[in-house]
Write a protein that binds this ligand. Structure first.
Ligand SMILES: *Cc1c(COP(=O)(O)O)cnc(C)c1O
Length: 464
């Protein structure tokens, strides 16, 4: 008999507490070990939709959108769709009055197909292919954020109607994030540099093209930033640049886009960006700097992705096996992994994991949750506490699964990407179905043709 069985109150406290701040606002745990999200028990969702599976609390997304709008009145909030995109998500964001960032023709086409107004869409990216730009122009997207001289010239040659554009500037602020997601420093691939004069040259170049209407500047410092100071510093630098541009070209920005990257908590140790503090300090820093530069105050835009959708979803996995080895870690292997969540492998991201769907009878011990893929780097969470008696068939829930998991999921090992199930007010609704083998094989054009050739629908016609 374990300690938790001997002491019923201990067992209850082990079962009932959800790590505060890591779960969707509707999440609730009972003393039988069940966790409900949006009023739906996670074990019911796993039984109905299978595992792995993403569960998205759509009310939580709405609340986060509303929190942004209320905390930052007068500031444009643009959801960065690369964090997670589906038709249902696009509609949620649309209804909440947010704008939308996209980075490719594909993201843009889905947004348009789901009914998002083109005028509220911004196209980003350090590489925009001719196809991306064509799609953006024919959809009449509101704004295109220019990232290179080649792009300025290419876009200017393509536009038929006057196009609103911004210029992406690298403010050279190190926000202390992981190298792979630090985008505001000088030594990386995005935007035009501040100190080397590239940003001023880019503005000159755009102003020489009357078919491009330069409405403002943009910067994005990186992702998972938990401190307000880097934003303040970046905002001040950007306004100083606006002052210089005003004196040099007589050009005034009506928009200043400060990017996204607002940090959230994945584990108890993490710190989130304090949005109220951000709202108190950053617009004020812009106001004061504009006064000092004697320029009109531009409207601010922020572009949260992770902070809108990250904490709104939970990933569910079924335990396939538990390996206990003397002198080694205990490995809990689940039916998903790096194909549905590459973040631990890419960034060393850390997660909390919780056993759900049955009472907790044993005390927790540190274990490593690993995936099913053929790499030892396929780890979901290292040294997380799980009950000692965890076994095959148990259900594990990983909170804060809404951002950069589904959208970064891959076809590795042809396991098929998981479904996304929306939950709200005790009801669940399939938003994106599981990827089937038919989906996976559909592009393999020589399958079923005896290995012969098959015309490539994308190929240029012969002689072209
Ligand atoms: C990725 C990205 C965002 C969103 O970043 P989060 O960390 O998800 O908030 C915003 N703006 C730009 C330009 C981006 O590339």
């Amino acid at each position: 008999m374990t300690l938790a069985e001997l002491v019923p109150s201990l067992r209850t406290s082990l079962s009932a507490r959800l790590e505060p701040g890591l779960w969707p606002s509707s999440a609730h745990a009972d003393c039988a070990g069940e966790v409900t999200v949006g009023g739906v028990p996670l074990s019911h969702l796993a039984a109905r939709h299978g595992t792995p599976c993403y569960v998205l609390d759509t009310d939580d997304v709405q609340l986060r959108c509303q929190e942004y709008r209320q905390t930052l009145p007068g500031v444009e909030i643009a959801y960065a769709s690369k964090a997670f995109l589906s038709a249902a998500m696009i509609r949620l964001v649309e209804e909440q009055g947010l704008s939308l960032d996209v980075c490719s023709a594909g993201e843009l086409a889905l947004a348009i197909a789901a009914g998002f107004p083109a005028g509220r869409i911004m196209l980003h990216g350090n590489v925009k292919t001719t196809e991306d730009l064509k799609t953006a122009l024919s959809a009449r997207v509101g704004r295109i954020v220019l990232d290179s001289c080649d792009e300025i010239d290419q876009l200017a040659a393509m536009v038929r109607h006057r196009q609103d554009v911004l210029i992406r500037v690298t403010p050279e602020v190190d926000a202390g994030t992981h190298r792979a997601v630090a985008t505001g420093v000088a030594d990386q691939k995005f935007g035009f540099g501040l100190s080397d004069g590239a940003a001023v040259d880019a503005v000159r170049r755009v102003l020489e093209h009357p078919e491009l209407r330069l409405v403002g500047l943009h910067c994005h410092l990186g992702s998972q930033i938990s401190s307000v100071s880097p934003y303040e510093v970046a905002a001040e630098r950007m306004v100083r640049l606006l002052g210089e541009l005003s004196r040099q070209f007589g050009w005034h920005a009506t928009q200043l886009n400060l990017g996204g990257g607002h940090g959230i908590r994945y584990t108890r140790e993490d710190r989130a960006l304090d949005l109220v503090n951000f709202a108190n300090r950053v617009p004020e820093a812009v106001r004061a700097a504009c006064l000092e530069q004697r320029i009109p105050r531009p409207r601010l835009t922020v572009e949260p992705g992770r902070a809108i959708v990250g904490p709104a979803a939970v990933a569910l996995y079924r335990v396939a096996t538990v390996k206990r080895r003397p002198g080694a870690r205990t490995f809990v292997a689940v039916d998903g992994g790096m194909s549905d969540n590459p973040r631990p492998a890419l960034y060393g991201a850390r997660y909390a994991v919780r056993l759900v769907g049955r009472p907790l009878r044993a005390l927790p011990r540190p274990m490593t949750v690993v995936g099913r893929h053929c790499e030892s780097g396929d780890v979901l969470a290292t040294d997380v506490p799980l009950p000692e008696d965890v076994r095959a068939g148990d259900l594990l829930a990983v909170p804060v699964a809404g951002a950069y998991q589904c959208s970064m999921a891959s076809g590795y090992n042809l396991v098929g990407r998981p479904p996304v199930v929306g939950v709200s007010a005790g009801e669940s609704r399939l938003l994106v179905r599981r990827e089937t083998e038919a989906d996976l094989f559909a592009r393999d054009v020589t399958l079923g043709t005896g290995g012969g050739t098959h015309p490539d629908p994308q190929a240029a016609p012969a002689g072209a």
